[in-house]
Design a protein around this ligand. Structure first.
Ligand SMILES: Cc1cc2nc3c(=O)[nH]c(=O)nc-3n(C[C@H](O)[C@H](O)[C@H](O)COP(=O)(O)OP(=O)(O)OC[C@H]3O[C@@H](n4cnc5c(N)ncnc54)[C@H](O)[C@@H]3O)c2cc1C
Length: 367
């Protein structure tokens, strides 16, 4: 295994932003991961696991530690019968290749998660979700290595503590495990989940009543491409949604209605109520943060090379040459504006890597 020094992280991120890693270690086997842990331990340096770099913002000064980068791909069929199939997937497999693999074989469960960038292992970290599906709906077990000891463990889905954009891997056990692989269960006789307005409209326009899995995957790809620039090129660098959606209890929703009624026109209040009806949710009320950014006039707002995307304002885009400082200054402005005008505090979704505690305090301050 080759461990490089001062490796620029920018090319490994979809934002195309960020300084170097002190050490960078691509790892394929258990032995190599243990070697990386020993390398970090010997030097008392922190360890960061880098997947496809699509949910991180790396600071301009880089990461003063060891970056472990899983490189072992692979999908294996462990079991199948007439109803279902159980797969084992290595962490470095590309998530969207897995989604395509399943759709091509007519296996249901992750079709609405098509075209989400990144590695499959990382999908568990924030429990990726889109258009009514989440990866936690199909995960059975996760095979992990404990960072402190190098010991292997198998966690079942309940141990992973999955919730909206959350698992133990980005909360209670943050930086404690390397996910090496996982198993998932897909079904052979599923039902299309077309609750989301954009996806429903896509099929309504085409007069499709019972879409196939391939048609659903195509619909998701079209809807996503229309809304959010897939970060293929330098100019469209981004990390997907930079802000999380809101999930409110009834009293919080009533408070939001009151503030919107006071600070905005009746039209905006009517749109909020319509938004509530359009987005299906169970016990809590889901409010798209994009709506708040839009009514606060933040669409297209720009600081340096960073801009709030026009068509999907949850996405902050590197329009070319943006620095991490530009992005964090823009994120701070967005959070403060939304808080001042709507009373809502919005959370940041991507992991911020290599920032000092002072930089983070400044970013998160609402004063
Ligand atoms: C255009 C675009 C659209 C997106 N759309 C969506 C969407 O619809 N829904 C959604 O949920 N997300 C979305 N995302 C966010 C992102 O794609 C997902 O969160 C993805 O799972 C991140 O994978 P990654 O390999 O790039 O992880 P990275 O960005 O490399 O890492 C993210 C976090 O996971 C940790 N991590 C990565 N691999 C491992 C591992 N093997 N073991 C332990 N920890 C690990 C990292 O340390 C870091 O904390 C989008 C991003 C982009 C750029």
């Amino acid at each position: 295994m080759v461990i490089t020094e001062a490796e620029p992280l920018r090319p490994y991120t979809t934002f195309k932003i960020g300084g170097p890693a002190r050490y960078f270690a691509p790892a394929a086997s258990l032995e190599e991961f243990r070697e990386v842990l020993a390398h970090a331990g010997k030097r008392s340096l922190p360890l960061f696991v880098l997947g496809g770099g699509s949910n991180i913002l790396v600071s301009d000064s880089g990461f003063e530690g060891v970056v472990a980068h899983p490189i072992c791909r692979g999908i294996e069929i462990l079991h199948q019968d007439s109803e279902a199939v159980i797969l084992h997937v290595n962490a470095a497999e590309t998530w969207d290749d897995l989604a395509q693999f399943a759709v091509e074989r007519n296996w249901w469960g992750i079709e609405n998660l098509s075209h989400i960038p990144g590695q499959a292992g990382a999908a568990l970290v924030q429990n990726i979700g889109a258009y009514g599906q989440q990866v936690c709906d199909v995960v059975q077990t996760a095979q992990v290595m404990e960072i402190a000891t190098g010991a292997l463990q198998v966690l079942n889905a309940a141990d992973c503590g999955f919730d909206y954009r959350r698992s133990i891997f980005n909360s209670t056990a943050r930086e404690e495990y390397i996910i090496l692989g996982f198993t998932l269960l897909l079904t052979k006789h599923g039902r299309p989940q077309l609750d989301y307005p954009d996806v429903r409209d896509y099929f309504r326009e085409r007069g499709t009543k019972q879409p196939s899995l391939a048609e659903i995957r195509q619909a998701i790809i079209s809807v996503r491409d229309r809304k959010c620039p897939f970060p293929r090129e330098e100019r469209n660098g981004n990390a997907g949604s930079f802000f999380k959606n809101l999930s409110l209890v009834e009293a919080e929703y009533a408070g939001l209605c009151e503030v919107i009624g006071r600070n905005f026109s009746p039209r905006e209040l009517a749109r909020l109520e319509e938004t509530r009806r359009r987005f299906p949710s169970s016990d809590r009320i889901k409010i798209p943060t994009a709506f708040l950014l839009e009514i606060c006039g933040l669409k297209g707002h720009r600081i340096g090379g960073a801009q709030v995307n026009e068509s999907q304002p949850l996405v902050l885009v590197n329009t070319g040459g943006a620095t991490a400082e530009d992005v964090t200054a823009l994120a701070r402005h967005v959070r403060r504006t939304v808080h001042q005008r709507t009373g809502m505090t919005i959370d940041i979704e991507p992991e911020l890597v290599g920032f000092s505690s002072q930089e983070l305090k400044y970013l998160y301050s609402l004063e």
